[in-house]
Design a protein around this ligand. Structure first.
Ligand code: GLV
Ligand code: GLV
Length: 324
């Protein structure tokens, strides 16, 4: 009999097709996520799980479903899963790196250009009928050429953001847990600096690091207060890397010039202070949301899942230790 697979939310057909070739597939819903209770109720009937980044798969939940043979997360980030618990229970966890690198770097740049050139303000201005004629001082923004971009987290996405920055003639610095090879630094034109230096010297800061205990509230009131008052913060990584209440305060005090946000501390809630600030541009966690990327994420997540069920190595395994 075919292995049974639960997909918590409808994903593109390109992935479902792959799953159906060798599995019995149940899609929970196209409208909403299963609740914790619903997951606990359903999972005993399944061999594999294809999860979304908002499915919270913590230790107490995983300990109730140790029979799971694979968890395939439809995201590059996997902070929604207790990896240590999954590893101890012998459950391989996979993610979707690579296929969403360009889409996510693009949205970082879309937010950066929107906030520095005041695109949303300009659009609103026209729609509200406020535009009465050309003016030398209307909606002045910040030029990017010659400015310094500081990238926090130089993985695939951080490097793709850097590549775009170079095309805009920006100077690019980065901080990272470990320094990159010199050849990579040279290829991308990167200068390695410590985080404090990066924060103090950047005109634009792009967050591209994973969320974990170490990066929780990394950008707190203290660090935000060290930014240049003319600088912008772009977060396309995970909301809780930034203390959102502290960000609102810092913006109100003018400790930075603006922010572009794809992710939030308590999604789908947004700090009400952000809604009142015209120098903040926000999109609802859509970094990987191009048709091309979502198809490729679906294919990769499906292939990862099927490969593990068939006893093969998945393309992208998070917990190496568990696979032997
Ligand atoms: C999106 O946030 C992802 O981690 O893929
Ligand atoms: C992971 O965060 C990546 O850069 O793909």
């Amino acid at each position: 009999t075919k292995p049974r697979v639960l997909v918590t939310r409808e994903i593109p057909e390109a992935g479902l097709r792959i799953l159906r070739e060798s599995c019995e597939v149940t899609v929970f819903s196209s409208e909403r996520q299963p609740t914790r209770e619903e997951l606990l109720d359903l999972l005993p009937n399944f061999d594999g799980l294809l999860s979304m980044l908002i499915d919270s798969l913590d230790r107490p939940l995983l300990e109730k479903v140790p029979h799971l043979r694979v968890i395939s997360n439809y995201a590059v980030g996997y902070n929604n899963i207790d990896i240590q618990a999954a590893t101890q229970l012998g459950i391989p966890v996979t993610n979707t790196p690579g296929v969403l690198t360009n889409a996510t770097a693009d949205i970082a740049w879309a937010l950066l250009m929107a906030v520095t050139r005041r695109i949303v303000e300009g659009d609103t201005y026209i729609r509200q009928g406020q535009w009465v004629g050309w003016s030398p001082n209307l909606l002045l923004g910040m030029e990017l050429s010659g400015k310094t971009m500081g990238i926090v987290g130089a993985g695939r996405i951080g490097l793709a953001v850097a590549k775009r920055a170079r095309a805009f003639d920006m100077n690019v610095t980065y901080s990272n847990r470990r320094r990159l090879d010199e050849a990579v630094e040279r290829e991308y034109g990167l200068t390695y600096v410590d985080l404090d230096t990066l924060v103090r010297t950047s005109d634009v800061i792009s967050l591209n690091l994973p969320y974990n205990a170490e990066s929780h509230h990394l950008f707190n009131a203290d660090l935000l207060s060290r930014m240049k008052p003319t600088a912008y913060l772009i977060n396309t990584a995970r909301g809780p890397i930034v203390d959102e209440a502290a960000l609102v305060e810092a913006l109100k005090k003018g400790q930075l010039a603006g922010a572009g946000l794809d992710v939030f501390e308590n999604e789908p809630s947004v700090h009400p202070g952000l809604l009142e600030l015209s120098n903040v541009v926000m999109v609802p966690h859509v970094g990987s949301s191009t048709r091309e990327t979502r198809d490729n994420m679906a294919i990769l997540a499906a292939e990862n899942l099927v490969r593990v069920l068939q006893g093969n190595r998945p393309h992208s395994l998070v917990n190496e230790e568990v696979f032997s």
